[in-house]
Design a binder for this molecule. Structure first.
Ligand SMILES: *[C@@H]1O[C@H](CO)[C@@H](O)[C@H](O)[C@H]1NC(C)=O
Ligand SMILES: *[C@@H]1O[C@H](CO)[C@@H](O)[C@H](O)[C@H]1NC(C)=O
Ligand SMILES: *[C@@H]1O[C@H](CO)[C@@H](O)[C@H](O)[C@H]1NC(C)=O
Ligand SMILES: *[C@@H]1O[C@H](CO)[C@@H](O)[C@H](O)[C@H]1NC(C)=O
Ligand SMILES: *[C@@H]1O[C@H](CO)[C@@H](O)[C@H](O)[C@H]1NC(C)=O
Ligand SMILES: *[C@@H]1O[C@H](CO)[C@@H](O)[C@H](O)[C@H]1NC(C)=O
Ligand SMILES: *[C@@H]1O[C@H](CO)[C@@H](O)[C@H](O)[C@H]1NC(C)=O
Length: 915
């Protein structure tokens, strides 16, 4: 009895002692606040009044909290705002929970060594994150859904930092330039993968002591030359960015083990310093534009070089290139290995239509790289191409002087370096050599123009208020400025696209090579010095009219390629013979959306480049005039080839071609469907929107235009764009749009390819007018009546045994695509798989390396997706009202292409069933 009394007294005593301890502990209140703002799970027992007794919490001798470690406990809740009062805290680890809300201000935690909050649901970081955290050695914040933030300047204060991980944290902006070992002397691991960082590598990286650098998966660009100075590097991952230029000499990187530069736009010869590296264990080079010999690495190195995604001269590793190739590559080296040359100069034979190269037999006689936006210097290696007769490097941005070696070229007749920034004495060439050096301000002088003087010399433009970029196609080596938009001004650089040539007093242009992924495109920045300017503006905007009118022969009838719901398409021919297609939008086809919105949507479309999408090259907005400039597709529409080949005196398409076309279309649309999280839906797929090039490869046109149509005041049912015969039933009935709408339309196109019949054919008996209905009926009777199937096949297809098997498979696929319920239809990836398995059997020799991915080199999908995502706010769904259209329109007016329009546009809503 006394014993038990004693026990009770003891207990009371102890607990009152504990209580008083927690009262006196400085950290008590904060810890209690932490406890109540976290939703602790059952496994965590923080019931003791003294926080120092809590499991996963540690205190020092004076009851100050030093460590909080609650990892992977499924904890929810938030952090209290006053954690910074725990001034003795050395370790704060709460990783792998579901804690949300902001990360509180931690400044002043001067003893904090480890901050580990990765894999939570924190939504923001304080502005002064890292401020005063002078003992911090490791910070791991990866995988938190922060709202976009930039790496704060206060990071500089974390001078003890060794490891920093901010992967997948929504970090935006540029990488700041304070990573030198003077500022952050201990930093060895920097992990910034999968963010939204952009811009170039900061120069301070070159003076850092980083061993591990992860920057993969964002929008970084520019040169990687400063890797050369990062001699401590052990592992570097730059995968999936837009870095360009060559890999530098890496011989100083004695500890380099992992080198991953996959999926960038790197060019040039893989340097021997990398292939010979003794420390290297893994190297990833796939999906760049590397040139020269396929690199040969040591046996112990794990290599991931899919040769055909690069531009190596020969496939066998280590085999040297043809001497002509080697020489031309050293010419390209002096030019910084531009992407444009890397994409064109492939294979081991420069005489196989390399950009700018002309041969006589197998001797290179002409190097014509005028007006290619080239920078760098003139290589003395030109002298090794003894067969050279003409060198044209005019109208670029070359510096340096003309190498003396060039005078030794025995057959040289012309050297044109006009309009560059060449300086120094002109060497003495033999009699009969025409040396053109005009337009080089400092030729004959000792050095280049002093820095700071802008090449345009337009002092007034220093107050430039806005910049506008457009994409300019470069075709046949000639820069053609199509048109551009900005401030309601249209400008045109007719013959010159050089900064020195000022078009109008109030504006100037700068042209520079674009390494950011537009491949053959050059970006033209136009800086207008005044908004909505006066006289200069007017003259500029008449310029554009002159140009596009001229090239389309004053929008003449003869130039009409077709008419569609969105406007009339004209063929245009530029002065150098390049053909373009100009779509003149009907004012009624374009909504009254703000000009800005229209521009941003068009801008998005110009960025969508894919081998099987017709490229929108540029656009011009000038008052009511809205012109879209497309690449010209010489072989017209699929419907011409499929339904009107007789009138057009063509041969019917054979089965192989039809299959190839189907696959091309599927790939183009697959690309649209897989962009960003929200699919991009075409909604008006049909043979008149499928265009063919001279190689009879197909491209999908008119994607995205539906979005530009006026936003109707109409009910959802009428807000349908599309063409009868191709419309998925649920879309026609409810206006519901999913990618399955395009699948249905593609199914109809497959049926047309098989049968040679139009989606709606009013010449057929009443019950066979609608192809899908008829097709289903034949399909249903197919097993009973073998002839019914065979009779349904286009008689113009030669039916061999093998063909029949292939047709049968596409037949089944078509039926699958046109299933009544959207969910029963396959997705585009499946269609691509089925069709490519069939085409491979048919045309093994045509297997194009690009087709491995179905993606244009000009823009790898991940980059396109990133670009798209960057713009995604602009263009998400396609739920506007719309009207039917055809790429080159229905030049084949006989085709029953019946547009459905909102009732307000009833004028063209006629003859639905052919009456
Ligand atoms: C915390 O738990 C309580 C009770 O279980 C619940 O009502 C509350 O919503 C939770 N809070 C969070 C942030 O999960
Ligand atoms: C930094 O990261 C490395 C590798 O993960 C690890 O071994 C090291 O302990 C970390 N340093 C600190 C201070 O956490
Ligand atoms: C990044 O921020 C945006 C905008 O706040 C948000 O929608 C998105 O979910 C964030 N992404 C991640 C990975 O947290
Ligand atoms: C890198 O990207 C930025 C925009 O993110 C652009 O302004 C800059 O010109 C690009 N630099 C290079 C070298 O392409
Ligand atoms: C590398 O370091 C040297 C010497 O500090 C410097 O001159 C050079 O510019 C650096 N190179 C790069 C690419 O940063
Ligand atoms: C890089 O190459 C190595 C070695 O072949 C390979 O194991 C690894 O999967 C590659 N990494 C990527 C991201 O492709
Ligand atoms: C190519 O050059 C070589 C050496 O200069 C010469 O012998 C040969 O005839 C040339 N071939 C052609 C087709 O010009």
């Amino acid at each position: 009895m006394t014993k038990s009394h004693l026990g009770i007294i003891l207990c009371l005593l102890l607990s009152s002692l504990n209580f008083s301890a927690s009262q006196t502990s400085v950290d008590g209140p904060t810890m209690q606040a932490l406890k109540s703002s976290l939703n602790l799970t059952k496994g965590v027992d923080w019931s003791n009044p003294n926080p120092c007794k809590w499991p996963t919490v540690q205190c020092d001798a004076s009851n100050r909290v030093t460590r909080i470690q609650l990892n992977n406990k499924g904890i929810r809740g938030t952090l209290p705002p006053n954690l910074q009062t725990l001034t003795e805290l050395t370790v704060l680890e709460l990783f792998k929970n579901q804690i949300s809300g902001p990360i509180p201000d931690l400044s002043g935690l001067t003893r904090l060594q480890t901050l580990n909050l990765h894999d939570n649901l924190f939504d923001s970081v304080p502005k002064n994150l890292f401020s005063g955290l002078t003992s911090l050695q490791a910070a791991y914040l990866e995988y938190n859904p922060f709202s976009p933030w930039e790496i704060p300047e206060t990071l500089k204060e974390a001078t003890s930092l060794q490891n920093l991980s901010l992967a997948s944290c929504n970090v935006t902006g540029k990488i700041p330039d304070f990573f030198s070992s003077q500022t952050l002397p201990s930093l060895t691991r920097l992990q910034l993968s999968q963010n939204l960082l952009q811009g170039e590598l900061p120069p301070s990286f070159g003076a850092s002591s980083l061993q591990s650098l992860y920057l993969n998966g964002q929008k970084l660009n520019g040169s990687v030359s400063l890797l050369q100075n990062m001699t401590s590097l052990v592992e570097v991952d730059l995968q999936g960015n837009a870095f360009s230029g060559p890999i530098p000499d890496l011989s100083g990187l004695q500890s380099l083990r992992v080198f991953n530069v996959r999926e960038n736009q790197l060019t040039g010869v893989v340097p021997p310093s990398l292939t010979a590296s003794k420390s290297l264990t893994t190297v990833n080079l796939t999906n760049n534009y590397f040139q020269g010999p396929t690199p040969q690495f040591g046996k112990s190195v794990g290599v991931d070089v899919i040769t055909n995604t690069n531009r190596f001269c020969l496939e066998t590793p280590g085999t040297p290139c043809d001497p002509r190739v080697t020489t031309l590559l050293s010419v390209a080296e002096s030019l910084g290995y531009p992407v444009k040359l890397a994409t064109s100069w492939k294979g081991n034979d420069p005489c196989s239509s390399w950009l700018g190269i002309t041969c006589s037999g197998s001797n290179v006689t002409v190097v014509n790289l005028g007006r290619q936006g080239l920078t760098g210097t003139i290589s003395p290696s030109f002298a090794k191409i003894t067969s050279l007769e003409t060198i044209n490097l005019s109208d670029n941005y070359l510096t340096g002087s003309i190498p003396n070696e060039l005078t030794t070229l025995p057959k040289l007749k012309t050297l044109d370096v006009s309009d560059n920034n060449i300086y120094g004495d002109v060497p003495k060439f033999g009699i009969g050599v025409n040396v053109v050096t005009t337009g080089n301000a400092n030729i004959g002088k000792d050095g280049p123009s002093p820095p700071g003087v802008s090449p345009d010399g337009d002092g007034g433009s220093s107050k430039m208020s806005s910049k506008v970029k457009i994409i300019v196609p470069v075709v046949g080596g000639v820069v053609v400025v199509l048109c551009l938009v900005g401030l309601g001004v249209c400008l045109y650089a007719k013959k010159r696209a050089r900064p020195a040539k000022v078009q109008s007093p109030s504006s100037h242009m700068v042209i520079h090579p674009d390494h950011s992924g537009d491949g053959d495109a050059i970006k033209l920045s136009v800086a207008a010095s005044s908004v909505g300017g006066g006289g200069g503006t007017e003259s500029s905007s008449s310029d554009i009219h002159v140009v596009l009118r001229n090239v389309t022969n004053n929008f003449s009838e003869e130039n009409i390629l077709g008419r569609g719901g969105f406007g009339t398409v004209y063929k245009g021919e530029l002065h150098d013979g390049t053909k373009i297609a100009v779509k003149r939008m009907e004012p009624s086809a374009v909504s009254d959306k703000g000009l800005e919105e229209f521009k941003s949507e068009i801008t998005v479309l110009t960025k969508m480049r894919h081998r099987h999408l017709v490229a929108l090259l540029g656009y011009c907005l000038d008052g009511n005039e809205k012109l879209l400039v497309y690449e010209y597709m010489p072989q017209g529409t699929l419907s011409q080839h499929l339904f009107h080949w007789k009138e057009e005196e063509r041969k019917p398409l054979d089965w192989t071609r039809r299959l190839a076309v189907a696959l091309d279309v599927a790939r183009g649309v697959e690309y649209l469907h897989t962009l960003a999280h929200q699919s991009f839906i075409h909604r008006d797929l049909k043979p008149s929107n499928i265009l063919l090039g001279d190689d009879m490869r197909a491209k999908v046109s008119d994607f995205g235009l539906v979005r530009l149509a006026p936003e109707g005041k109409y009910s959802i049912e009428t807000r349908v764009a599309g063409t009868f015969g191709y419309l998925a039933p649920e879309y026609a009935v409810t206006g519901r749009v999913t990618t399955k709408v395009d699948i249905f339309s593609l199914g109809v196109i497959l049926m047309e390819l098989i049968t040679g019949r139009k989606a709606l054919d009013v010449t057929q008996p009443e019950d066979s007018v609608h192809l899908v209905t008829w097709f289903r009926r034949v399909a249903a009777s197919k097993d009973k009546d073998k002839d019914a199937f065979k009779n349904a096949i286009d008689p113009n297809i030669e039916l061999e045994e093998e063909t029949l098997v292939s047709v049968q498979k596409v037949w089944d696929l078509a039926g699958h695509c046109c299933a009544r319920e959207p969910y029963q239809r396959p997705d585009m990836g499946h269609i691509v798989n089925v069709l490519s398995s069939l085409t491979v059997q048919w045309t093994p020799s045509e297997a194009d390396p690009d087709d491995l991915y179905g993606i244009d080199y000009d823009m790898p999908l991940p980059q396109a997706v990133k670009k798209w995502q960057a713009n995604e706010g602009l263009s998400q769904t396609m739920d506007d009202s719309g009207s039917s259209s055809s790429a080159y329109g229905s030049r084949d007016n006989t085709q029953t292409s019946i547009p459905i329009r909102p009732s307000g546009f009833a004028a063209s809503f006629t003859s639905v069933d052919g009456r």
